[in-house]
Design a protein around this ligand. Structure first.
Ligand code: SF4
Length: 252
């Protein structure tokens, strides 16, 4: 008997919706272990040598002393708040979008609007909590009417992002959407071709060493709200990230 492709398609979308719509998921054993600083006693430090307190302090100082009063590009004129970053300074997983929207500008926190709620569900589907990850954007001030950041704005603001990455030193970066993916990978290739595979993000760490982090481009949650049929592809990308991090994949 031939399978019904429409039924299969609907089933896949329902699965993706369920995965991104879960209210709670079992915390994988590896995460429980990490939350307790490991059965081996090893600190949950991606870089291995810098304490989480030191990382938190470095991020706080960068935000307070440089970003909050920054006027390096024209985006400072329309902002209510700068939006620096949110989450675990020691995170193994970092999400990077292109810039704050209306709700983020009002609250000074990244990904808190409808797209942020979907991102939270995506993170929950991975068996993580938002606070297990680090979330930020390329530009720290809201572009007017939520347009993509302009090249001069990206150039002005990326030193802050590079410092954030160097401090947190995540094991994996998920770039959310085309602007963030293209900027981080310095390419004009579209998100449809970039996603679905890991790329190397090269950067200089705080010790001055050039190193790389695995980067997975995927669709931005705001795009997924408009195009829910792409959730399945995003879930595929996130499962590749889970695998690389050694997280437990769902069996359902
Ligand atoms: S977007 Fe970045 S560079 Fe521009 S004013 Fe805001 S913090 Fe400064």
């Amino acid at each position: 008997m031939q399978s019904n492709p429409t039924a299969q398609h609907v089933k896949r979308l329902l699965q993706a919706d369920r995965l991104f719509g879960v209210d709670s998921v079992p915390v994988p054993s590896v995460l429980r272990m990490l939350a307790e600083h490991g059965a081996t006693g090893a600190p949950v430090t991606a870089g291995g040598s810098v304490s989480v307190e030191s990382k938190r302090t470095q991020l706080d100082v960068l935000d307070r002393d440089q970003v909050k009063g920054c006027e390096k590009c024209g985006l400072c004129k329309g902002r209510t708040n700068t939006v620096f970053g949110d989450g675990d300074a020691n995170a193994r997983l970092m999400f990077i979008g292109e810039g704050p929207g209306f709700d983020e500008d009002r609250q000074g926190v990244p990904f808190v609007g409808r797209a942020g709620q979907l991102l939270n569900k995506m993170i929950a589907a991975m068996g993580l909590k938002r606070e297990d990850t680090y979330i930020c954007n390329i530009v720290k001030c809201r572009p007017p009417n939520n347009r993509d950041p302009a090249a001069d704005e990206v150039i002005a603001c990326t030193p802050y992002l590079h410092e954030q990455i160097g401090i947190v030193e995540p094991e994996v970066i998920v770039a959310l959407g085309a602007p963030a993916s293209k900027m981080l990978l310095d390419t004009q290739t579209g998100i449809g071709r970039l996603r679905g595979q890991f790329h190397d993000y090269h950067y200089t760490n705080l010790s001055g060493e050039v190193t790389s982090i695995s980067l997975m481009p995927t669709y931005h949650p705001a795009y997924l709200l408009r195009s829910p049929q792409e959730k399945k592809k995003t879930w595929d990308d996130l499962q590749m990230v889970m695998k690389l991090l050694g997280l437990e994949l769902p069996t359902r």
